[in-house]
Ligand binder design. Structure first.
Ligand SMILES: *Cc1c(COP(=O)(O)O)cnc(C)c1O
Length: 756
């Protein structure tokens, strides 16, 4: 039987701790609570079931964080002195817990960390730092989910001591008397203070409007929201009321609610256990496992998305909670470090402290037990082809909803997605399709296969993207379509391109393979053109190894896309026939299951990449001779890659020399990206090489013009741009330490090169 000390400083943690403390005492452990917090909060914690503390102290009145931490540390030293304890049990991450955990380390007391691995993935470093500090000071860890366990493994903690126990909420809720349903939408914004006035006002206005439309009142606790509203000079829109509730009453309000809208990680777990629909208003705190299980739905701070998704979320059944009842397993861990470790996970991740996270393996990907579970379910179903299975169909439906388009058709690769898009144009032999000379060849060859001639528009030297001006310069009588590629995740300046295309009646195909979640004037790329194509290949934002998906709003285009990946066999037609030449480009159910599991993580992936890019930008900005990428004035970057330009006048040897030094320092990078413009590849330098290139050209006037038809002197932007670019593969798993390491290597390489 162990002597356990439990520091508590926030009444919010009391509800979860109460059943654990009762059970530990019943199991014969000597359990003592040390409270460091205001007496009023202690009162609230008691109402949430916290046992009477053996030690209690209040922080000095009106003290700032450093003084509060100093006082908490002194209190901790006093309580922990004398070696009276076998173990510290830490849940939560406030000042009191952080001070006790740090002090335990100094006096050699082991820490069992409950609720470990919760992370806030956004530009919210202070909160996240506290979580990390508390987590990393422990010697054994209990997490609520596999996702959190992987988070800790990624940070280098020993896998054998990371235990998925589940959640304490089932036990906590079981101990509370029932509450009658309130029919309210409960708004639990714990981080409202992090929002600017305008987005907060928009969020509240849209939520109120959605509530009115549904006939559901919206309520929130005054304590959380009132100070922020006052600070911004905002008034609540009609339809939302503030209630003066203590924490116990707030918990009851959440339990009674028809739905929760929250920006808190903890509430998502609570909602999943309660089985109440939950909308997550902050990508930063999204819990992937809750979202994947269909218990929570991510809308971010976007009020419109919230209003659109609320009625849908209320109609859908809430998925089964991904959180097991964690009480018994946590109790077993309390017995000591000898407790049996959980079986190694199917996706066990060894800590990789010594190299950068890579999208070539688990270290830089979001593949985990969610994908394993879905793939296993697909196998158990016994149906692995998508014509009869359900996973690819669900992925298509959910992807169309994520993108905001009427139809999405999955297929076997990004190349196949582009091919379907081109095929849907119904080109005549020799018709021209304008595209870019800097892209994946999988986006260009389909034009030839469909009998068209790819015509290359130059790119902007800084972004390596095509522009309305470079496209206009290539328009001819034979032009039938325009392909725009949002390279590296940086969106093209779409408005003038769309205007140009509309003026000529030309469809626009957006190649979004590298740009999931990039935006132009507030709209996702892939929503403005006629057709959008995406790749799910290993290195893209989300992946199923190989795969693609193509989307449109036009039902007749959608039909044609579908037919193209299905050998043009008219499934469902009255008299089906093979109506045009097409291959089998379907995605299989195994890959579809993985893609479906990946999709809920996509917004998180994009937001994480945006943070990583911002951190990298901040560190590289002071260095001479570099031109850094960023959000364009008209939109937001999705950061597939961080591609920066090196000025050879300032950096001897330019991109190539810098790239080589970075590689030598262990920083994977690709100077000059695809090395040369596409039209300099062998398949274009000799068009006679294959009937696929030769036949379309024979039907086009360019056959009689100068040969080869496309030459580097006409592409100064592409040639200069490629000469200068170094492509850095960042990903959503980069930690600040990784960013520091990359920046330090670049800085050192620059210094050496400039020294000569
Ligand atoms: C990856 C990619 C493709 C091709 O996708 P695959 O799935 O590899 O066939 C097409 N276009 C662009 C811009 C890409 O990055």
């Amino acid at each position: 039987m162990a002597r356990l000390l439990v520091p508590v400083g926030a009444c919010g943690d009391a509800a979860e701790l109460a059943p654990l403390l009762r059970a530990a005492t019943a199991a014969g452990h000597a359990v003592a609570v040390a409270w460091f917090g205001p007496p009023a909060e202690l009162e609230a914690a008691r109402r949430l079931g916290l046992p009477e503390p053996a030690h209690a102290e209040a922080p000095p009145p009106a003290a700032g964080p450093p003084a509060r931490f100093a006082a908490a540390t002194a209190f901790a030293a006093e309580v922990l002195g004398g070696g009276r304890w076998d173990r510290l049990v830490a849940l939560g991450h406030g000042t009191a817990v952080a001070a006790f955990v740090a002090t335990a380390g100094r006096v050699g007391l082991g820490v069992l960390r409950a609720n470990a691995g919760q992370r806030v993935h956004a530009a919210w470093p202070p909160g996240d730092r506290e979580r990390r500090v508390v987590d990393h000071a422990a010697e054994a860890w209990a997490t609520a989910s596999e996702a959190q366990r992987l988070e800790l493994a990624r940070e280098g903690l020993p896998l054998a001591d990371l235990h998925v126990v589940g959640s304490l909420w089932p036990a906590a809720l079981a101990a509370l008397p029932a509450v009658p349903p309130s029919g309210q939408i409960w708004l639990a914004l714990e981080h409202a203070h992090r929002l600017q006035a305008a987005p907060l006002a928009a969020l509240l206005a849209q939520l109120a409007a959605a509530g009115r439309a549904l006939g559901l009142p919206v309520a929130a606790a005054a304590a959380g929201l009132q100070p922020t509203l006052a600070g911004h000079g905002l008034v609540l829109p009609p339809g939302i009321t503030l209630a003066d509730l203590d924490p116990r009453e707030q918990l009851d309000a959440a339990r009674a609610a028809r739905a929760l809208v929250t920006d808190s990680a903890g509430y998502q777990e609570l909602a999943a256990v309660l089985g109440v629909p939950c909308l997550v208003a902050a990508a930063a705190t999204a819990r992937p496992e809750a979202i994947l299980a269909g218990c929570a739905h991510l809308v971010g701070h976007d009020g419109e998305a919230l209003a659109a998704k609320l009625p849908w979320a209320l109609e859908r059944p809430v998925g089964p909670s991904p959180y097991a009842d964690g009480l018994a397993a946590l109790l077993a861990l309390l017995a000591g470090p000898t407790a049996a470790p959980t079986a190694p996970s199917a996706t066990a991740v060894a800590p990789l402290a010594d190299r950068l996270p890579s999208d070539a393996d688990h270290s830089g990907r979001t593949l985990g037990d969610d994908e394993v579970a879905f793939a296993a379910a697909a196998i158990r179903s016994g149906t692995l082809n998508s014509t009869r299975g359900t996973f690819v169909a669900r992925f298509e439906r959910d992807f169309a909803a994520w993108l905001g388009r009427g139809h999405a058709i999955a297929c076997s690769s990004g190349t196949m997605a582009m091919h379907a898009a081109i095929a849907a144009l119904g080109l005549a032999p020799g018709d021209e399709v304008i595209t870019t000379p800097i892209t994946d060849m999988g986006a260009i060859t389909p034009i030839l296969y469909e009998g068209g001639v790819p015509v290359f528009a130059d790119v902007d030297r800084a972004t390596l993207n095509v522009t309305a001006a470079t496209i206009r310069a290539q328009l001819t009588e034979r032009t039938r379509a325009i392909v725009v590629t949002h390279l590296f995740g940086g969106p093209c300046d779409l408005e003038p391109i769309l205007a140009l295309a509309a003026g000529r009646g030309l469809p626009v195909i957006e190649d979004c393979a590298q740009a999931f979640g990039a935006t132009v004037r507030g709209r996702k790329v892939g929503t403005a053109g006629t057709i959008a194509a995406f790749s799910l290949q290993q290195g893209k934002h989300i992946t199923c190894g190989e795969g693609g998906i193509v989307a449109t709003d036009d039902p007749s285009v959608a039909r044609r896309l579908f037919l193209f990946v299905n050998k043009a066999w008219g499934y469902g037609d009255a008299a089906p026939d093979h109506t045009f030449p097409a291959l089998n480009g379907r995605l299989g159910e195994l890959a579809g299951a993985v893609a479906l599991a990946q999709l809920p993580k996509l917004d998180w992936v994009v937001s994480r990449r945006r943070e990583v890019a911002a951190a990298l930008h901040a560190r590289l900005a002071p260095l001479p001779g570099l031109r850094l990428p960023g959000d364009p004035p008209y939109g937001t970057h999705a950061w597939w890659r961080f591609a920066f330009a090196v000025d050879a006048d300032e950096v001897p040897g330019g991109a190539l020399a810098l790239g080589r030094r970075m590689q030598a320092a262990g920083i994977a990078c690709v100077p000059r990206y695809v090395q040369k413009p596409a039209f300099e590849c062998a398949l274009f330098t000799d068009w006679r090489r294959s009937p696929i290139t030769w036949l379309p050209l024979q039907q086009n006037p360019r056959l009689h013009g100068p040969q080869p038809p496309f030459r580097r002197e006409h592409y100064p932007g592409a040639v200069r741009g490629l000469e200068q670019v170094v492509v850095l593969p960042i990903n959503e798993r980069y930690r600040l330490a990784d960013v520091d390491r990359v920046a330090a290597a670049i800085s050192a390489a620059l210094r050496e090169l400039r020294r000569g």
